[in-house]
Design a protein around this ligand. Structure first.
Ligand SMILES: NC(=O)C[C@H](N)C(=O)O
Length: 323
């Protein structure tokens, strides 16, 4: 039987309590722990309660702590896979952080729930079971960090939360899941073709993420330039364009050696330097703006934060974002 470590971090999957107003809140005990016995027929499971946070409370510090827990267990003993239970709101950021920083090839699977355990149709234990089944699958080895929810397997790089409440919230726009879970088997139909790896010990760089909109002026970005940020990610328009009014503020950031990374606010397609008009992608590229091909804003932010944490990476941002 394979040895799997299940690391709990909190989120709706670990919630079962409504307060007096009916709002869902974290409780003192984790309802998943009472159910873990049901999973023992699939794997030899060891549980770790790392945190009990709703995922909007997660920060890169907790993400780094999770990486360290995984590294420690990988080096100490015979662990053949990890399952991380996590709130869904920021699950994709933690998944991508771990994908970029954990070297081990063993399956690392994140899962969550959209309904707390006291609700009819609660999806937590089912998703946890699915995640354990994927973690023990030999075919999951070497595929990077995966997200398992609602009978689908997604890569950390492409997955995103698409619905506020639907149990099929996790999707990989444009790419789709890389595998499916049926009653009897785990079916992979694609493999990620590349994997990047960064060593990280410091998550202190301040990286801002701003969405660009029609009629935006330079004020916000000028404030960012003065507020001690080390990097900025912009979710640009369409192919990767911005209103002309913010171009001087972008120039100001670049003059201060604050890297500016551009993604598109479209959730399909890849930002590219196509247009040569004022604020167009070509002009931005010529100014020194980097294009994060195909990443969402929140993923590009995680990558820039990691890249800025060490001169080995921060001195070659061009290559890192051309990847
Ligand atoms: N479904 C969930 O887990 C949402 C919750 N707000 C969280 O991310 O912690």
């Amino acid at each position: 039987m394979k040895k799997i470590v299940v690391i709990h971090t909190g989120g709706t999957i670990s919630m079962h309590v409504h307060d007096k107003s009916g709002a869902v809140v974290p409780g003192d005990s984790n309802p998943l722990t009472a159910e873990i016995g049901k999973l023992m027929e699939y794997a030899d499971i060891r549980e770790i309660e790392a945190f009990n946070y709703p995922s909007p409370h997660m920060t890169p510090k907790e993400m780094l702590k999770l990486k360290q827990i995984i590294d420690q267990h990988s080096s100490e003993g015979h662990v053949e896979g990890f399952v991380i239970t996590h709130g869904t709101d920021t699950l994709e950021e933690t998944a991508y952080f771990l994908d970029l920083t954990v070297k081990s090839k063993v399956p690392i699977i994140l899962t969550g729930a959209m309904r707390s355990s006291n609700e009819i149709g609660a999806d937590g234990v089912y998703n946890l079971l699915s995640a354990v089944r994927v973690a023990i699958s030999d075919n999951a080895i070497g595929k990077g960090v995966l997200v398992v929810m609602n009978d689908e397997i997604h890569t950390a790089q492409n997955v995103t939360k698409t619905s506020t409440s639907n149990v099929s919230t996790f999707q990989s726009p444009q790419y789709g899941p890389i595998g499916l879970i049926s009653k009897t088997a785990i079916h992979f139909h694609h493999s990620p073709n590349t994997r990047e790896s960064f060593e990280v010990t410091d998550v202190s760089p301040k990286v801002a993420l701003l969405k660009i909109y029609a009629g935006m002026d330079a004020d916000l970005l000028m404030h960012v330039a003065q507020a001690g940020y080390h990097g900025v990610v912009l979710e640009g328009l369409g192919q990767g364009n911005v209103p002309p009014a913010i171009v001087p503020a972008i120039q100001q950031l670049l003059n201060q050696d604050i890297p500016v990374v551009l993604v598109s606010r479209c959730y399909n397609g890849i930002a590219q330097p196509v247009y040569g008009y004022e604020g167009g992608g070509k002009m931005l590229e010529d100014m020194g703006v980097l294009f994060a091909h195909g990443l969402s804003g929140q993923k590009a932010r995680i990558k820039l934060l990691i890249a800025l944490s060490d001169p080995r990476w921060s001195l070659c941002l061009n290559e890192i974002f051309e990847y």
